[in-house]
Design a protein around this ligand. Sequence first.
Ligand code: FE
Length: 350
Amino acid sequence: MINKTKGVRACTLAALFLTSASFAAPAAAEGEVNIYSYRQPFLIEPLLNAFTKETGIETNVIFADKGLGERIKAEGANSPADVLLTVDIGRLDGAKEMGITQPVTSDVIEANIPAEYRDPDGHWIGLTTRARVIYASKDRVEQDTITYEELADEKWRGRICTRSGQHVYSIGLFASVVAHEGAEATEEWLAGVRDNLASKPSGNDRAQVKSIYAGECDISLGNTYYMGKMLTNEKEPEQKDWANSVKILFPNAEGRGTHVNIAGVMMARHAPHPDAAKKLIEFLTSEEAQRIYADSNYEYPVKPGVPVSDLVASWGELTPDSLPLAEVAKNRKTASELVDKVGFNDGPSS
Ligand code: FE
């Protein structure tokens, strides 16, 4: 929980207000910035402390795991929200489509963040990346390279585990395949992958690794940072066993690169403190912040030259697909339709 100064004020909604000052009085000076965050407090607290230390600007955070976009929309012109922090291109672009964001132009941001990780109109800015990789059984999978394409190969029959094909993480990957290969080839590929599934898609990324550990499948699709979350999980130490039973393979490392998605930030359309908000966003793209933010969740910094943590580096080298995330966003709808068309979530047909 983030509690910058004078205490916690709980709110009746799903979210929690944690604020020191007049959160409901948008006319206040530029000395504060109001953050709506889908990212957990522990991930952003160190960053916000560093920001306040550097700029003197106080931060107020509302954290929730759903409904913040709808809330900003409902609050309209009176919304106290200055910035929104979230993960996945689907959610970032979705917020832009909802009309709750405004473009940010900044030389600092443009210098720090490569164009493929920013909205061309400036509505969303990527801050960290995560790769959608293959978790493979150390015991039962010998190969150390893989491609997304070969997941449709017969040799994987009955050996693949994955979460729902309609989850935003899956859709991001499938949309990148549509962008590279076209809809027809993607449909064929998805049908092939479906037939190689060990069972109907269910559970989250970590549950698939648990299934590998249990011998129910040999490979799974998952985001990189879950390896870090499992390896360091003191609350559920059995997750360390799941993680230690697998290795990470970075698909298409030799070719177009591995699909990456982003965690990012947006400025709210009616931000009451736009100058402070811009300062915060610029700060989040700085080397100092990139390092803290990426390390806190075992992600990759987007600013070129900022090193990854030792643990993340130990999984191997990431060569990211350079396809702009805006192209991924454009193909999300097609990807989602194809998932339904091939009955991906029904599991293998035979
Ligand atoms: Fe996640």
